[in-house]
Design a protein around this ligand. Structure first.
Ligand SMILES: Cc1cc2nc3c(=O)[nH]c(=O)nc-3n(C[C@H](O)[C@H](O)[C@H](O)COP(=O)(O)OP(=O)(O)OC[C@H]3O[C@@H](n4cnc5c(N)ncnc54)[C@H](O)[C@@H]3O)c2cc1C
Length: 380
C-alpha cells in the first residue's frame, strides 16, 4: 500500500515518528488514565508547539511553519497513528487559531497567532451550548454593548480545552443584531469560569470543558471581523476542521489495520496463524480497502484546500467516511485481537476504540455531514 504518496509527506511522517518515540509513547497510558478531574497537559502542549506541530500550517509571518494543507493533514494523520488524543491536542490548537488567522485584523493576529503557534497560549473554539449543538445558530450567549465594551453572559458546553484556554474565539449574539458574531475573549476575567468535564469516554489527554460566562467585559476592539458574520466564520472554520477530523480517523484506522495484520500473523489457533483463516483475511481486506478510500478522500479535500477550490462537500465526505471507517476498523481490530483487544493491558485496541467514537460526533455529527452532502449533490 502506498501510504507515503510524496517525499514531503514522508518527511512529515519521519518527524512525527521521532517525536512520538521520545515524547508520546513514554506517557501515552499515563495521559489516558489520569485521575479525574483531568489536567490539561500544558507541558506536552508546549512541546507540540516547540516542535512546530501546532503552527505547522500557519503562515510563516505569524510564527507558523507555512506548510501546505496536505502536509498538515499528514502531520495529524501520523500523530493520530501514534496517539489520537495527542493528535487532537494539536488539531484543536490549529482549529481555534484558524478564525483568528483568517478573519482577525492585523493587530489581533499579531497579538495571538505567534503564541498560539508556539503552544505558549491555548486557544479554544467556543460555539456549542446546551441548546445549540447541531443547531449551532440557536445560541443563547449574548453580548450587550456598554460604551466601548461588550458585556457578555452565557454558558458553553463540550468545548475542547475550554477548561484551560487562555483565549477564546467566542460565538454569540450581540444584543439587537439578528445574526451571530465572533468575539476574542482573554479568559483571565473572573466572570469566565471553565470546568473540566469528567468521565469522558476517550481522547482523554485533550480535556473538554464547560464554560460559565458572567458579566465578562471585553473591549469592542476584540470583535472578530464584522458584526453578524460569526456563523459564516464558524462554518468556514469547520470546513477546514472536518478535513482535520478525517485525518484523525485515517491515522487511527491505519494503526488498527497494521496492528491487526501483525497480530493475525503471530497469533496461533488450531496449529496455524489466524492470518491463514479466511474469516480473518476478509476482515483485514475490508479494513485495508476502507483505509485506502479514506486516504483518497482526505488527501483530495486537503489538496482542494491547497488549490483554494470550494471544498465543503469534499470535507464533509472525507469526515463522514473517515470517522465511520475508524469505527469499523476499531470493531474489526477488536474482533481479531479478541480478549487481547478488549483488555487494555495487552494492546492499544481498547484505547483506540474509545478514542475513535467522538470522530462521528464533533465538528458536526455524521447526520449533519450527510445533510451537507445531500444538500450539495441533490440541491436544496
Ligand atoms: C469531545 C467533544 C469535543 C467537542 N469540542 C467542541 C469544541 O471545541 N467547540 C465547540 O463549539 N463544540 C465542541 N463540541 C460539540 C460538538 O460539536 C457537538 O456535540 C455536536 O455538534 C453535536 O451537538 P449535540 O451534542 O448537542 O447533539 P444534537 O445536536 O442534540 O444531536 C443529537 C442527535 O440528533 C441528530 N440531529 C440533530 N439535528 C439533526 C438534523 N437536522 N438532521 C438529522 N439529525 C440531526 C444528531 O446527528 C445526533 O444524532 C464537542 C463535542 C464533544 C463530544
Amino acid at each position: 500500500m502506498n501510504k507515503n504518496v510524496d517525499p514531503k509527506q514522508q518527511e512529515v511522517r519521519d518527524l512525527v515518528k521521532e517525536f512520538a518515540d521520545k515524547e508520546i509513547y513514554p506517557i501515552t497510558r499515563e495521559l489516558d488514565q489520569m485521575p479525574e478531574p483531568r489536567k490539561f497537559p500544558r507541558e506536552l502542549y508546549g512541546k507540540l508547539g516547540s516542535a512546530g506541530f501546532i503552527g505547522f500550517g500557519m503562515p510563516k509571518e505569524l510564527g507558523g511553519s507555512g506548510k501546505s494543507h496536505l502536509e498538515y493533514i499528514t502531520l495529524l494523520e501520523e500523530l493520530c497513528y501514534h496517539d489520537p488524543a495527542v493528535g487532537l491536542l494539536t488539531a484543536v490548537g490549529e482549529l481555534a487559531t484558524y478564525p483568528i488567522i483568517n478573519f482577525a485584523n492585523d493587530e489581533q493576529k499579531k497579538k495571538y497567532v505567534p503564541d498560539c503557534a508556539a503552544g505558549k497560549i491555548v486557544p479554544a473554539f467556543v460555539l456549542t451550548e446546551r441548546n445549540a449543538g447541531s443547531d449551532a445558530a440557536n445560541l443563547g450567549t449574548v453580548a450587550v454593548e456598554d460604551g466601548d465594551d461588550y458585556v457578555i453572559n452565557g454558558e458553553k458546553i463540550f468545548i475542547m480545552h475550554g477548561d484551560t484556554a487562555d483565549v477564546a474565539v467566542l460565538f454569540c449574539k450581540i444584543e439587537g443584531k439578528a445574526k451571530l458574531s465572533a468575539i476574542l475573549v482573554d479568559t483571565d476575567d473572573p466572570g469566565w469560569q471553565g470546568r473540566t468535564l469528567v468521565n469522558k469516554m476517550g481522547m482523554r489527554a485533550a480535556t473538554t470543558g464547560e464554560i460559565i460566562i458572567k458579566d465578562v467585559r471585553v473591549p469592542k476592539t476584540n470583535l472578530l471581523g464584522d458584526v453578524g458574520r460569526g456563523f459564516r466564520y464558524a462554518m468556514i472554520t469547520l470546513d477546514s476542521a472536518r478535513v482535520g477530523v478525517a485525518a484523525q480517523g485515517l491515522g487511527l484506522a491505519q494503526r488498527m489495520l497494521d496492528e491487526s495484520i501483525a497480530y493475525a500473523k503471530k497469533r496461533i489457533a488450531f496449529g496455524a496463524p489466524i492470518a491463514k483463516l479466511q474469516a480473518i483475511q476478509w476482515m483485514i481486506a475490508d479494513m485495508a480497502t476502507r483505509v485506502e478510500a479514506t486516504r483518497a478522500l482526505t488527501y483530495k479535500a486537503a489538496q482542494m484546500q491547497d488549490r483554494e477550490e470550494k471544498y465543503s462537500t469534499e470535507a464533509a465526505m472525507a469526515k463522514l467516511y473517515s470517522s465511520e471507517t475508524a469505527n469499523f476498523c476499531c470493531q474489526k481490530a477488536m474482533q481479531i485481537h479478541a480478549g487481547y483487544g478488549y483488555i487494555g493491558e495487552f494492546s492499544t485496541i481498547e484505547k483506540f476504540y474509545r478514542d475513535q467514537r467522538v470522530l462521528e460526533i464533533y465538528e458536526g455529527t455524521s447526520e449533519v455531514q450527510r445533510l451537507v452532502i445531500a444538500g450539495s449533490v441533490i440541491g436544496r
